[in-house]
Ligand binder design. Sequence first.
Ligand SMILES: CC(C)(COP(=O)(O)OP(=O)(O)OC[C@H]1O[C@@H](n2cnc3c(N)ncnc32)[C@H](O)[C@@H]1OP(=O)(O)O)[C@@H](O)C(=O)NCCC(=O)NCCS
Length: 187
Amino acid sequence: MTALQPFAARRGRIALRPLGDADAADLLAIFGDAQVMSYWSGAPWTSTDQALRLLAADRAAAATGSALRLGITLADSGAVLGTVSLFNRSESNRRAEIGYALARRAWGQGLMHEALGLWLDWAFGPLGLHRLEADVDPANAASRRCLERLGFRLEGVLRERWIVSGQVADTALYGLLAREWPARPAD
Ligand SMILES: CC(C)(COP(=O)(O)OP(=O)(O)OC[C@H]1O[C@@H](n2cnc3c(N)ncnc32)[C@H](O)[C@@H]1OP(=O)(O)O)[C@@H](O)C(=O)NCCC(=O)NCCS
C-alpha cells in the first residue's frame, strides 16, 4: 500500500497538523479524561508513555499506508486540542474508517464539524477514497450528530461488538460516499 504522508491544513478556526513526541502531554490531557473516553475503544490513559507508544505506532502505520492521525489545533495556537484519524484503510476498495476526539473544554462549539470538514476534503480529494465509515456507540449522541451533520448515514447496528473494561456496547455503523460529499472551496 502507498504510505500516507502527514500534512498540515487550515480553514476557519481550525488547523490540522502532524503530531510529534512534544505533543505527548497534550494528548494525555485529552485521552486521560474519562469523559472523553466514555465511548472509546479503550480505558483512559494514565501516562505520557501511552501517548509516546501511540505516536510510534502511528508513524509505523503511516509508513505502511494503513492509517494516519493528525492533531487539531486552533488556527492561532500550537496546542493540540484533539485528533482526527483514518484507519483500516483498504487501498483496493478505496475505503477507510475515521476516528476523532476533542478535549472536553473544546466541546459544543462546532470545532469537530470544522476539523472533520478538512479531513473529509483530504480523504475524498487528494487521497481519492470512495467510502468512509465511522463506528460509533449508539449512546454517543454528540458523535452521531456530528456525523449526521456531515452527511453520514446510519447503515446498521452491529450488536455487542465491543467489550471495554467489562462494558458491552453495540456499534452504530455510519457511511459516507465520495459522491455525497460536496466539494469544499480550498482555504
Ligand atoms: C464527539 C465530539 C468529537 C463532538 O465534538 P464537538 O466539537 O463538540 O462537536 P460539534 O460541536 O461539531 O457538534 C456536536 C453536535 O452534537 C450535539 N450534541 C452535543 N452533545 C449532545 C448530546 N448529549 N445529545 C445530543 N446532541 C448533542 C451538539 O448540539 C451539536 O449539534 P449541532 O451541530 O446540531 O449544534 C466530542 O464530543 C468528543 O470528543 N467526544 C469524546 C470522543 C468521542 O466520543 N469521539 C467519537 C468516537 S466515535
